[in-house]
Design a protein around this ligand. Structure first.
Ligand code: F6R
Length: 591
């Protein structure tokens, strides 16, 4: 959420800052800005809207000569997304960009207002900036040290002091790295922003302060200089581009067979690397949004196939509730970004209770990847579209592999060899589904004017409904709800009216007749029933799409992409901003 970049070197920072902001735009995109410094002259240019709007504004400005600058792309937390609230913020001699939330901002503001500070924006960032300025007496490290003692909450700051020829950075519970270049150095909140410029970087830990000039990086902790390890940018962090696709979302959906094959091949030959869940008596899968819905599929599989007790819980609830860890428990954190604030908090709760943690994560340098006791990387590559597709798919596939492995280990899966053999065909079957995109696009055009849509299914089909419903609502702004098919009669069926689309997922043979009856019930209320099934023999109501039938461990992998494409094509038909839907941001680093 929000993106930070900074540059110090020999060039004018403008080009690096703008290019890097574009790479981070998916993290927040309601306003942006840059600050360029030349000795005590600081020029700030900012605006609401996309980075393109900032670029246009910069193009019309006379820029100062500079070799030091910071920039930001924002996802509004405190105050509306307008130019006044956009970062950078300047108070006195200090200019900052900020990711995170300062929780005691109001308290600090009252004190500062009493001291005569006048604030121009509604942001917590400007208040933090005033705190840095308050403590600044010519020694930046001292000012930052004193300020962070006062700031409660999460933060990553890029900081300029008008009489210092260096860039400063500090973070807590919000990522920030220092990139190391040739006669230039950088800061960034996401490794993607610097991966085209350097392959070396340092990871700042909580409350470490970096002082960065073009040829030197000094890191302090508790006012002492510390040695920092120089790390290599992981290989698969390449800067993502859309290639021939119009949108990242479609490109990422179409990459699914490739990334899935890569994962399957890896574990076919290195099954020993698959984490063994069988020693645990209870598993808690904790995540947010789509990652949770992937986890819910995991929960069904762990219980049904491997007979291991499991709960799947929303991280924002799990972190605060009373949890009994009275059995040998494993907490699995699922996160594409590895930076979701609630999932991090849930992980830390488990760690504090001496409970084992396993991260299923995409971004290898992320907080969750680093702090969890064990990790499994899904290796989806960069996912840029805000709505997750390929990462969700690989999270689901990881759960399928873990469940299969556990069922095999416990002697509960007699068809193990056959299932492993079939697994090799899975990516081609997925490609076949994606090749039907024209059919799915027709479905999308059929429902493009619908105000509401419903998704019903039972068991694991219900977990897929949740993801289908989320995909359609978040990118196309259709109001969608997902229900366990049997639950519809307990109230929601009163919303079913003439022509409302109802997507019915039926893949589980054991309960297909039951879900089928629920489909008939909504059809009787004149709903347009679209059935998505793996069973040719299921009756066609209004429309039906049949996916190939495979071992039920892996069936969701052939169903959910239908809904990813559906959401995409409805949004396309409505002319919406598909990769950056309104109000959203790629990684939710605030509570
Ligand atoms: C929906 C979506 C979100 C994320 C959720 C968790 O398309 O992308 O629901 O799944 O915000 O994010 P991560 O996986 O980064 O923890």
């Amino acid at each position: 959420m929000c993106g930070i970049v900074g540059y110090v070197g020999e060039e004018n920072p403008k080009d690096f800052l703008l290019e890097s902001l574009k790479k981070l735009e998916y993290r927040g995109y309601d306003s942006s800005g840059i600050a360029l410094q030349n000795n005590d002259n600081i020029q700030i240019i900012k605006c609401s809207g996309k980075i393109q709007d900032l670029e246009d504004k910069i193009g019309k400005s006379n820029l100062i000569h500079s070799h030091l600058g910071i920039a930001h792309t924002r996802w509004a937390t405190h105050g509306e997304a307008n130019e006044r609230n956009a970062h950078p913020h300047r108070v006195g001699k200090v200019t900052i960009v900020h990711n995170g939330i300062i929780e005691n901002a109001n308290e600090l503001k009252n004190r500062l207002v009493n001291e005569g500070i006048v604030f121009c924006s509604e942001t917590d960032t400007e208040i933090a900036c005033a705190v840095f300025n308050y403590y600044y007496r010519g020694n930046p490290i001292e000012a930052i040290e004193n300020a962070i003692q006062e700031l409660k909450g999460s933060y990553a700051f890029g900081i300029l002091f008008e009489d210092q020829d260096a860039l400063y950075a500090v973070r807590k519970d919000s990522p920030l790295i220092v990139g190391l270049g040739e006669n230039e150095n950088y800061i960034a909140s996401d490794i993607l922003a610097i991966a085209d410029s350097t392959k070396k970087y340092m990871l700042l830990e909580d409350d470490e302060i970096a002082e960065i000039t073009k040829d030197r990086v000094t890191v302090y902790y508790n006012r002492e200089v510390i040695n920092k390890e120089v790390l290599d940018v992981p290989e698969n962090v390449e800067s993502a581009n859309k290639g021939t696709y119009r949108h990242f979302m479609l490109k990422e959906i179409m990459e699914e067979p490739f990334v899935l094959r890569r994962m399957i091949n890896h574990y076919l030959y290195h099954s020993e690397e698959l984490f063994d869940i069988t020693p645990y008596e209870e598993i808690h899968i904790v995540a947010c949004g789509s990652a949770l819905y992937a986890g819910m599929i995991g929960k069904s599989l762990f219980e049904e196939k491997a007979h291991i007790r499991c709960v799947a819980d929303v991280a924002s609830e799990y972190r605060y509730k009373t949890t009994l860890y009275d059995r040998k428990t494993l907490v699995i954190l699922v996160s594409q970004s590895g930076e979701t604030a609630d999932t991090i908090a849930a992980m830390r709760k488990a760690i504090e209770n001496n409970v084992d943690t396993l991260a299923i994560v995409n971004v290898k340098t992320s907080t969750i990847a680093r702090e969890a006791k064990y990790h499994l990387f899904i290796e989806a590559g960069p996912e840029i579209a805000v709505a997750t597709t390929k990462a969700y798919l690989l999270q689901t596939a990881m759960f399928s592999l873990l469940a299969l492995n556990a069922a095999h280990k416990k002697g509960l899966e007699e068809n193990y060899d056959l299932i492993m053999k079939n697994l090799q065909n899975l990516p081609s079957l997925l490609k076949k589904v994606l090749d039907d995109k024209d059919y799915i696009q027709k479905m999308a055009i059929d429902i493009k004017d619908a105000r509401d849509a419903f998704f019903i299914g039972r068991g694991v089909d219900y977990s897929m409904c949740l993801e289908g419903s989320l995909k359609l609502k978040e990118v196309s702004y259709t109001h969608c709800d997902a229900y366990q098919a049997g639950e519809l009669k307990h109230g929601t069926i009163s919303l079913i009216e003439d022509g409302v689309p109802v997507f019915v997922i039926i893949t589980d043979d054991k309960i297909k007749d039951k879900t089928e009856s629920n489909a008939i019930e909504v059809e009787a209320r004149k709903a347009k029933v679209f059935t998505i099934t793996n069973d040719e023999s299921i009756k066609t109501h209004y429309d039906k799409y049949v996916v190939p039938k495979i071992d039920d461990y892996f069936q969701p992998i052939l169903v959910v992409p239908v809904f990813q494409l559906l959401g995409y094509y409805v949004a396309l038909a409505r002319g919406l901003d598909i990769d950056q839907p309104r109000n959203l941001a790629k990684s939710v680093t605030v509570e």
